[in-house]
Design a protein around this ligand. Structure first.
Ligand SMILES: *Cc1c(COP(=O)(O)O)cnc(C)c1O
Length: 401
């Protein structure tokens, strides 16, 4: 065994969460390093889906709506809030996609801003859907985008955010952990700065939920969205979540006013009136079936605890950074683990070809244009041995002269 393999064996032996990896469906890959794009399923997910089909859908049929499904977007939102988001009940819903929820919340916030607040502040390196949606909202509402220039290997610092904020700010939208570098933003500080400038913040939690602790109520957050198919095991296309702090209910008005967001939807009455509380941010029939894997995933997070998950995540990213350093590979992620989420990006001029070659050999990271090899380290389903095996293949493909 190599040095890297020896060190990995020690770390796996000392990992209190190591046994949980066996709960996942583990394929023949040498190393799955993309669990931050699409997490592995849990073994129990297949049975949970079958049971739901048999007992709830098949067994309860239309009665299921009254019995559990109508309340599911908020019941599951509350559970997510308690287990992973630091959100008190009544502020989180599950449903729609991240893109749709981001649109709904951002549009509601911009519409509520005073007309002289004509700027939407965002990062020029945020995830594409965030940038595109805000371009659309700016065009629809006659606002301007204020782009924060962002280092591809870093993210938006509190100082950079402060410099972009002012009396013209309508809304700030930022990722808590950036999709490219894994930079972990100081959400509490940036939220405070935005509030000092009189503006709300919408946090995109896609890459942080399930890898780093989130404390929405503690930050004094206004709005947040995130997806559930990355770390949370929701499966391809699983529904997203949205958080709206209670103080904004009845003040913000979301733009997709469907029947599920109406007061007493089954009255089927004339005219739209928003429901009370967080339900006013729903639109249509919730994707009940698609929440089954997420429910099972949350059970595992409740068992493991996010602090233990974060500790393992830091150890995994430290291990990956050390492996990259030892082989002279350029790390394009923060070196301070306190400013880094659950993934590490390497920069290499042949990144595209290397990722293709890695995939052929059963090592599955992500390619991120133009030159990034993104190594995702889902803490509950990734072993140190797996990371070592992946880096050994990468080393073979990138001999040092
Ligand atoms: C993955 C991701 C999304 C995904 O949005 P979808 O609507 O689920 O496609 C959005 N924002 C960020 C930051 C992401 O990482």
């Amino acid at each position: 065994m190599t040095d890297l393999g020896d060190r990995a064996a020690e770390l796996d032996a000392a990992d209190p969460l190591a046994a949980l990896r066996e709960r996942f469906v583990l394929g023949p890959e040498i190393a799955y390093l993309d669990g931050n794009s699409l997490g592995r399923p849990l073994v129990v997910t297949a049975e949970a889906l079958a049971r739901f089909t048999r007992e709830e859908w098949g067994g309860r049929l239309i009665r299921g709506w009254d019995e559990t499904w109508v309340a599911l977007p908020t019941d599951l939102g509350d559970r997510l809030g308690a287990v992973l988001l630091g959100a008190a009940p009544g502020q989180t819903i599950v449903g729609d996609s991240t893109s749709v929820l981001l649109y709904k919340l951002a549009r509601a916030a911009v519409d509520a801003a005073a007309p002289e607040r004509d700027e939407i502040v965002l990062s020029d390196d945020d995830f594409p859907t965030d940038r595109y949606l805000l371009e659309g909202i700016a065009a629809e509402t006659g606002r301007t985008l204020r782009w924060i220039p962002t280092d591809h290997a870093g993210g938006v610092s509190a100082d950079q955010a402060a410099a972009a904020l002012g009396p013209r700010t309508a809304l700030v939208v930022l990722s808590h952990v950036t999709y490219r570098s894994g930079f972990l933003a100081d959400a509490a500080a940036i939220t405070r700065l935005a509030h000092d400038a009189g503006a709300p913040v919408l946090w995109d939690l896609c890459h942080s939920v399930g890898s780093v602790p989130v404390d929405l109520d503690g930050w004094g957050a206004d709005l947040a969205v995130g997806c559930t198919y990355k770390y949370l095991g929701g499966g391809p296309g699983s529904p997203a979540f949205a958080y709206v702090a209670a103080r904004h209910h009845g003040v913000l008005r979301q733009p997709i006013q469907g029947w599920f967001g109406r007061r007493d939807p089954f009255a089927m009455a004339a005219g739209y009136e928003p429901a009370a509380g967080i339900r006013q941010f729903l639109s249509g029939t919730p994707p009940v079936l698609a929440t089954v894997p997420l429910q099972v995933g949350l059970d595992l997070y409740a068992e493991a605890g996010i602090e233990a998950v974060r500790a393992k995540s830091v150890a995994l990213t430290e291990f990956a950074v050390a492996a990259a350093d030892a082989h002279g590979l350029e790390v394009a992620s923060p070196r301070d683990p306190g400013r880094r989420g659950g993934h590490v990006t390497l920069r290499h001029p042949d990144a595209r070809a290397l990722v293709a070659a890695l995939w052929e050999r059963g090592v599955i990271p992500d390619f991120r244009a133009p030159d990034g090899i993104r190594v995702g380290l889902a803490p509950l389903s990734t072993s140190f041995a797996e990371v070592a095996a992946g880096f050994e293949v990468l080393r073979d493909l990138t001999p040092t002269s």
